[in-house]
Design a protein around this ligand. Structure first.
Ligand code: C2E
Ligand code: MG
Ligand code: MG
Length: 568
């Protein structure tokens, strides 16, 4: 035991009378407080008042923790308490908050003493001899989280506020990401709190790895981290960082003796969209976090309501779509088109699929229009043609039944100056005869620049390809133009098939129109027997839809091509 503590111990047991004790305390240059069994201050000497600027009346009846800085965490108190309960004195470093809020490092020695049947704690405060290193420590503890070494909440807010001032001057954007560990309590409960600590330390390492040096990371709650992305050019960057972080957590975390999977969710707020002050951004990010935790754990969500979120999703999807092309995340399924009378396969439509690494399947209805907004559709279109034509040729070479494949062509792709060259190149490269490739084009693609479209259709026809108007009836084709189009097929849109059993007027009109123009007609979206029967009765020969077959994988399609006739 150090000599001072020894001295305190002997003081505690000596039979001093009350007056003498008070005089001793009053004249002592050492700062002392005495607390009772409930840890309320019952005495504070003038040296303590001088040291902390609190008056005796400020202090009496209070729990000493009210002037503790909190910098050393709860562990210090727990340890001190346990030592005292075992009858041992305790000594350790602490930081106190003076009345003006200033932090000050001390060495605190506590001795528990029994007096007239009651227990008291005698607390002696002294400044440290080596103050410079202690000040460093105080600084560390006041501003940084002890477990992870990251900025604590108060310091983070201070840094964030400074960064916001800078943003206001420079006009730059800033994003605040709030990260919460999914079910952290379970990790703590089922494993051990030490394992929980290791997880938190590892998470801080992951975050440091993913973020730029100039970004800021803080730990603001037991299982909550905040990330400040400064000087971002576009909100898109925040989405990319959030996605990078989520990707990191798809791998297990390596701890000392085990690996654990940890899920995280993120809420994102943006300056200036969600607020100009640090508190506003904190609030907005925690609202976004609460939302994502309730609806879509393991993902990130922007605070921005509806529209912005959607715009952000799109920006983010567009970036990922570029990667999807490189990473071969795009694949194709094939949906048979069959003869309504015989069930014989007459052709099949290639439909693109995207398996996003974290979002899973993304529908073409969502990503094709996005790709169309940028030039990405040109690349995707060429890639699709090449993949599909290669596959069809492979089936033919393997001896499967030869029927044409229909490939959807987007408007931008169709009007692109290199479109015809691409088609010719792909066919020549794969060695597929042109009659086995049919192009599905929507009415909208044709009606924009009709003369140019007619020219392209003529050239396609000259090359030996056929073209089909997809989703026919949903656009604004003028019948006079339709007459001028060198096309071979109309596809009746699914919306006219849905109610065909009740009302077949439009389907009937389209079938008759096609016949009168010498065009083939395909009904799409046929799901029920009744619809198929009605189309048969209306003499629509070619049918496509779930009733006959859902879109099939490459393997299933190969089997389908081998099947004997007479299905449906
Ligand atoms: P679409 O060309 O009209 O394709 C038909 C869509 O209807 C496909 O949806 C298909 O899976 C779905 N379908 C087929 N039978 C039924 C049925 O019985 N009931 C219902 N409810 N739906 C049925 P998918 O694959 O989601 O494609 C949607 C759209 O995305 C396509 O409409 C097409 O416009 C576009 N798309 C798909 N693949 C490509 C592609 O490779 N390139 C381009 N540019 N667009 C594509
Ligand atoms: Mg289609
Ligand atoms: Mg269609």
């Amino acid at each position: 035991m150090n000599p001072q503590v020894k001295q305190q111990a002997s003081l505690a047991v000596s039979p001093l009378d009350n007056d003498l004790l008070v005089t001793l305390l009053a004249s002592s240059r050492e700062a002392v407080i005495i607390t009772d069994e409930k840890n309320r201050i019952i005495e504070a000497n003038p040296a303590f008042e001088k040291l902390t600027d609190f008056s005796r009346s400020d202090l009496l009846g209070k729990d000493p923790r009210f002037f503790a800085s909190g910098a050393y965490g709860r562990g210090v108190y727990t340890e001190a308490l346990s030592q005292l309960e075992q009858g041992n004195p305790w000594e350790g470093k602490i930081t106190l908050r003076k009345k003006g809020g200033e932090l000050f490092p001390f060495v605190l020695s506590i001795q528990r003493s029994a007096h007239q049947g009651a227990l008291f704690n005698l607390c002696f405060f002294r400044t440290q001899s080596d103050l410079s290193s202690t000040w460093d420590e105080v600084y560390e503890m006041a501003y940084y989280d002890q477990l992870t070494g990251l900025s604590n909440r108060a310091f983070f807010i201070e840094q964030l506020s400074q960064a916001l001032h800078l943003c206001q001057r420079t006009g730059k954007k800033l994003a605040l990401l709030r990260l919460d560990i999914d079910h952290f309590q379970k990790i703590n409960d089922s494993l051990d709190y030490q394992v929980g600590d290791q997880v938190l330390a590892q998470i801080s390492q992951i975050l440091k790895r993913v973020l730029r040096k100039s970004d800021l990371i803080g730990r603001v709650g037991s299982d909550e981290f905040v990330l400040g992305l400064f000087n971002i050019e576009k909100p898109k960057y925040a989405a990319e960082v959030a996605e990078k972080i989520l990707a990191e957590f798809r791998h297990p975390i390596q701890l000392e003796n085990q690996t654990v999977y940890v899920g995280v969710s993120l809420g994102v707020s943006l300056y200036p969209e969600d607020g100009e002050k640090a508190e506003d951004l904190f609030k907005a990010s925690s609202q976004a976090l609460a939302y994502v935790k309730k609806t879509d754990r393991g993902h990130f969500y922007f605070h921005a309501p509806g529209q912005t979120q959607k715009a952000m999703d799109q920006i983010f999807l567009e970036g990922d779509l570029r990667k999807a092309l490189k990473n071969e995340e795009l694949s194709y399924v094939y949906q048979p088109q069959v003869d309504s009378q015989s069930g014989e396969i007459l052709g099949f439509e290639a439909l693109i699929r995207w398996h996003h690494p974290s979002r899973g399947a993304v529908s073409p209805v969502e990503f094709i229009p996005l790709a169309e907004e940028s030039d990405l559709i040109i690349e995707i279109g060429a890639y699709t043609l090449s993949r599909v034509v290669t596959q069809v040729k492979a089936w033919q070479v393997a001896g499967y039944k030869k029927v044409p494949v229909s490939v959807n062509i987007s408007s931008k792709q169709f009007s692109h100056p290199e479109f015809l060259d691409t088609i010719q190149f792909v066919l020549a490269h794969c060695g597929l005869e042109p009659q086995y490739l049919k192009l599905e084009i929507t009415e909208g693609s044709l009606m924009g620049q009709i003369d140019q479209a007619i020219e392209t259709l003529h050239r396609l026809k000259a090359l030996g390809l056929s073209t089909s108007i997809d989703d026919f009836g949903t656009g604004y084709s003028s019948l006079s133009y339709l007459q001028r189009l060198p096309i071979q097929e109309l596809k009746i849109d699914r919306s006219f098939i849905i109610d065909i059993c009740k009302n077949h007027n439009i389907a009937n009109a389209v079938i008759n129109l096609a016949k009168s123009m010498n065009l083939k007609v395909v009904a799409e979206g046929v799901e029920e027997k009744c619809q198929s029967d009605r189309l048969k009765a209306l003499d629509c020969t070619c049918i496509q839809g779930f009733f006959f077959s859902r879109p099939l994988s490459v393997g299933d399609m190969a089997q389908y091509l081998q099947r004997p006739v007479n299905r449906g």
